[in-house]
Every structure is written in structure tokens, then in C-alpha cells.
Design a protein around this ligand. Sequence first.
Ligand code: FE
Length: 332
Amino acid sequence: MRFLKQAMVLLIVMLAFPVMAADEIVVYSARNEQLIKPLFDAYTAETGTEIKFITDKEGPLLEKLKAEGSNTPADMLITVDAGNLWLAAKEGVLAKVDSKVLKANIPAHLRDPDNRWFGLSVRARTIVYSTVRVKPSQLSTYEALGDAKWKGHLCLRTSKKVYNQSMVAMMIARLGEAKTKEIVKSRVANLATDVFPDDTKLKEAIVAGQCDVGIVNTYYYGRLMQKQPQATIALFWPNQKDRGVHVTVSGAGITVHAKHRAAAVKFLEWLSSKKAQSLFADENLEYPVNPKIKPYASVAAWGRFKQDTINVSKAGQLQAQAVMLMDRAGYK
Ligand code: FE
């Protein structure tokens, strides 16, 4: 009898407070578990919404979403680089989200003009130089790395990486194809050695004296400095008198077949909020996308810079053209 009474009370409570039934969201993420798990935990603690997730490389995740079609359990896709977000939208796996919160928190150039994906952190790709062999006064623009004075002194990462594809795509958008090809060729002519498979090896080569200047994402610089604070390498912000530093985003979109769309949109909006922005950016030494939020102290110490405000979706639109151009320019 007592059990029945308790069961009745429980039933009444459940009927009276249906909103208390915990929501659930499923996320597919190309961003590492160590970077996203703290965010998911914070959101669950704050709202009770459970977040299930899988992580993988961006390519396999996109293929998985496409193969699963309407059966996908995924509500949200988190991935890096505007080129990858653009591709996911083009492949039709991301849905439009019309949100005043997202529009207010995220600058227009850092989200899809059609509202299918939204940048959540800013990644700056800039010049690094040896503090032993180079003076910052010798540096000016990305283009100037093709000047003859850098012959045999430049290190570059492979053109196969989406970071460089996006960067060259943005350059095509800004300077046109002919000029961009000239610049890429002039850089290739300045290479000190073969292209590197990643940004970290490139920086190590500068520290080791194999070359003097290069181009990297700033968070890799941050990681190096955490390990080796005395490393003789520094960041330089190019093109401050014209278009600004090349940036891209890491970001997210809601899937077209989301089973928990409302809950996922709420979570996406939360990710652009003050609290989440620091968690999202700081862990990987990136910049918050929301301009009201200050970067992490050690990141802020690298100085302020003007960023290119061309819409990052151009990186996707012109990616194929960029790949072809780099190939023709002999950039491996
Ligand atoms: Fe990276």
C-alpha cells in the first residue's frame, strides 16, 4: 500500500513537471575529447542536459553523418577550420538556425552567411620568426615572405593541410588568383627545406636554426612556449596596415536530422556565451569568438592584432581553387 502511494506521488510529480525530464544531446566532434569534455560537463552541471558524444577526424565524421542520413543520432557537429564547416554545409548535413543570441555573440564574418554553422573560437594563422636571427622590423606582410631576402630562410607546412588551403583561398578572395599564384611561387622559391607535416615541427626547425621564418597557428606557438618558455621564437602580426591577420574558426552546426533540435540550439547558444567561450578557447590557447570576452592571459600577452574580417566561408568556397593553384605553383 505504502509502495503504491509512493508510486502515485511519483507519477503525479512526473506529470506535473514534464520539463524536469532531462534533455539529451548527441554531438559528433572533430575537436579532441580533452577540449570538449569540460564544456559538456559544465553544461550538464548547469542544465541537467546530458551530452553524449563521439570524436573522430573531420573527414570520417562527415562521411558518417552522410551515411546515417535521417537515422543519425547526431544533433550537432563540432569541427575545426571554416573550410571543413563549409564542406559539411555544402554536403547538406547542417540545418539553418535563426538565433538572435548567436547573431549577437558571434561577429558576422565568423559564421555562415546562411546560418548553418557558427564559429566558436578564432584561430589566427600568423608569422613566426627566430628572435636570434630576425628582427621584427624586417617583417611586414604574408606576401613579403616571398621577397628575395628570405631565400633559403623560409619554412612552410604542407599545402595538403586544410589550414594552408583556407589561407590561400582567403588570399585569392582578397588579392585575386594571378597575384596569389605569384606570391605562393615566390614563397616556394624561398624554402629552406621540404615542407613540414605539421606546425610544431616547423617551429622546432626555426628554433634549431634550420630556417628563420614561417607561418603557423598561434595555439601551436602557445603549446611550444608552455613546454619551452626560453625557445628563441616569437609571433609577428602581419598586414596590420591593410587586411589584417588571417583567421579561421573552430565551430559547430545543428544537423538536419537532429532529434533534439531545440535542446541542441540552446546548447549552441550557450557555447557562444561568456562562460562557455572562455572554456572553449582557453583550453586550446585560441581566441574567443565573442568579442566581449577577453582571451586567456598568456594568449592576450602575445598582443592585440587586427584580423581580416572577410567572411571565413570564403575559405570553403575557394578551397578547390586554392588547392589547384598551390599545385600549379609547385607548393607540395
Ligand atoms: Fe590544429
